[in-house]
Design a protein around this ligand. Sequence first.
Ligand code: UTP
Length: 301
Amino acid sequence: MTTTRPVRKAVIPVAGNGTRFLPATKAMPKEMLTVVDRPVVQYAVDEALQAGIENIIFVTSRNKTAIEDYFDSAPELIASLTRSGKTVQVAQLEKMLPVAGTVSYTRQQAPLGLGHAVWCARELVGNEPFALLLPDMVSYGAKGCMAGLMDLYNDVGGNVFAVEECAPEETSSYGIVGVGNSVAHGFQVTEMVEKPAPAAAPSNYYLNGRYILQPEIFELLAAQERGAGNEIQLTDSMQTLLQVQPFHAHPYQGRTFDCGSKRGFIEANVAFAMLRADMGAELHASIKDILALHETRMKAA
Ligand code: UTP
C-alpha cells in the first residue's frame, strides 16, 4: 500500500571508487572535486535541504574522511581567519555548517554497487520513505530537482524519481524507464532497465540520480543479486518493487551534469561559473577568446 508519509531523511552515497576520474581520485574523493568553489557534494546537500529534508545520511568508505571534515566545524581555521579580520569568510563557513546532529555517516565496506550502498543506510533510515541523491549528478535549473520531485511525491505517494531525456544512442549508459499514463508533474512508470542497448530501450528517459523510495526497497536490496557491471544495482530492486508498489517519474525541467565524468564536470564548472555575478561576464569573454585561440591552433596543426 502506498502512503504519502513525510520525507525527512536523505541518503547520499559517496563510497564509489570514482574510476572515471583517476588519477585525481587516487587520493581525493570525487565528491570533493569542486564546481567553481564548492565541492559537488555540497550541491546535493543544498538541494536536499531546499526540498525540506531534515537529516542527511552519508554512505561513505575508506579514504573519504575529507567529506566528514568538510561538514564539520574548523575551529583553528575560524580562529585564524578571525585574527586576520576575514569576517566575510568566517560568516560563509559558519553559515554552511550543518545543524549539530543532523548529519550521520555509515560505511560501505566494499564498493559493491549503488544498490548495496543504499542498503547500507537501512538502519539509519528506518521504516520510513527517504530521498536519495547521487551527488556526482549536479542539477542545474531554476528550481532544485529534489523540490520538483517532492511536489510529485506529495501528489501521488509511493516511489518517485526524476528523469531526463538522453540521445537514443546513449541509453546503454543509463537506467531507462518505460512511460505510462500522465499525471500532474510526471508520468506512471511501466518498467525500468539498467543500461539497455538502444534497440531494447523502452524510451530515452533516463534516471538522473534523484529518488524518493519506500523502505520496502531495503528487503529487496538485501536479496538482490549482482546485475549490470557485476554490481548490486538499485534499478533491479526497483523493478521488483514495481510489481507491488507504484513508481512515477518527474521529467526535470533543468539539466543534470554528470560530474563523475570529465566532460560533465567541465561543463558544470563552465555553466555554474557563468551564473556567478563575480566572474560570469569575464568568463563569457574568456571563452570566446579560448574558442578563437583553439581555431587558430587547429588550423596550424
Ligand atoms: P557512480 O557509479 O557514478 O560512482 O555512482 P563510482 O562507482 O564511484 O564511479 P566510477 O564508475 O568508478 O567512475 C554514483 C554514486 O554512488 C556512489 C558513488 O560514490 C557516487 O556518488 N557509490 C557507487 C557508492 O557509494 N558505492 C558503490 O558501490 C558505487
